[in-house]
Design a protein around this ligand. Structure first.
Ligand code: PGA
Length: 243
């Protein structure tokens, strides 16, 4: 099975922290985390803050990922940023297919696959997000949704060594309603049966629920939104993961 030797804790800052704030946050985070290496730690700033974050984290064990990446290198794609540009700014990976991109910016299973495929080809690590809406869970459609979303990625990419999935039930994102460890484990086991790569859980992960979620056999790490914006709470989640 494709499991990680150490859990991956990724902080998705969303639309928070410009370059100056990113730099001071990253300096404080690197100092706070020190050299312990029980977890791999990643921060995902907005594009304009990637270079500042990467500079502040140089020499530390914290890596920088983007929040999205274009499916081609250059062209008439207003508002997009390509993998080569992200690499030049200091990112070594990217999130794709976050539910906020799918719901508010028109990403589909097809565009998420295109983004992921091109980012992997360009040398970036990729965290591809999947997850059901609340209405879909209530209608008993969670398995069907995950089979569709993960199936598209599996068919196009297979178990690529730089691909990680994030299971993020949409009803748990930013709501404080974390999936129970059993719900997370159930979804992760289903996903792993479709595509055997590491799988992060995301959705209201906090310092006080991280250890229990991470203890489940198919949970390989966490994608953290709100709680990644504060050094102490993000470091607390990294500590719960062993690092
Ligand atoms: P949250 O966000 O931790 O604030 O729920 C997670 C995410 O959207 O990646």
């Amino acid at each position: 099975m494709a499991r990680r030797a150490t859990p991956l804790i990724a902080g998705n800052w969303k639309l928070f922290k410009g370059p100056a704030e990113a730099a001071s946050f990253c300096s404080a985070l690197a100092a706070r985390l020190g050299a312990a290496a029980g977890a791999d730690v990643v921060v995902c700033p907005p594009h304009v803050s990637l270079a500042a974050a990467a500079a502040a984290l140089a020499g530390s064990r914290v890596r920088v990922f983007a929040q999205n990446a274009a499916w081609q290198e250059t062209g008439a794609l207003t508002g997009e940023v390509s993998p080569a540009m992200l690499l030049e700014a200091g990112a070594v990976g990217t999130i794709v297919g976050h539910s906020e991109r799918r719901q508010q910016f028109g990403d589909t299973d097809e565009t998420v696959v295109r983004r992921a495929a091109h980012a992997l080809e360009a040398g970036l690590d990729v965290i591809a997000c999947v997850g059901e809406l609340e209405a879909e869970r209530e209608a008993g459609e969670t398995g069907e949704v995950l089979r569709r979303q993960v199936g598209a990625l599996a068919a196009a990419l297979g178990p690529h060594e730089r691909l990680t999935l994030a299971y993020e039930p949409v009803w748990a994102i930013g709501t404080g309603r974390t999936a129970t460890p059993e719900q997370a484990q159930g979804a992760h086991a289903l996903i792993r049966g479709l595509l055997d790569v590491p799988i992060l859980y995301g959705g209201s992960v906090k310092p006080d629920n991280a250890a229990e979620l991470l203890s489940r056999p198919d949970v390989d790490g966490a994608l953290v939104g709100g709680a990644s914006l504060d050094v102490e709470s993000f470091a607390g989640i990294c500590a719960a993961a062993g690092g």
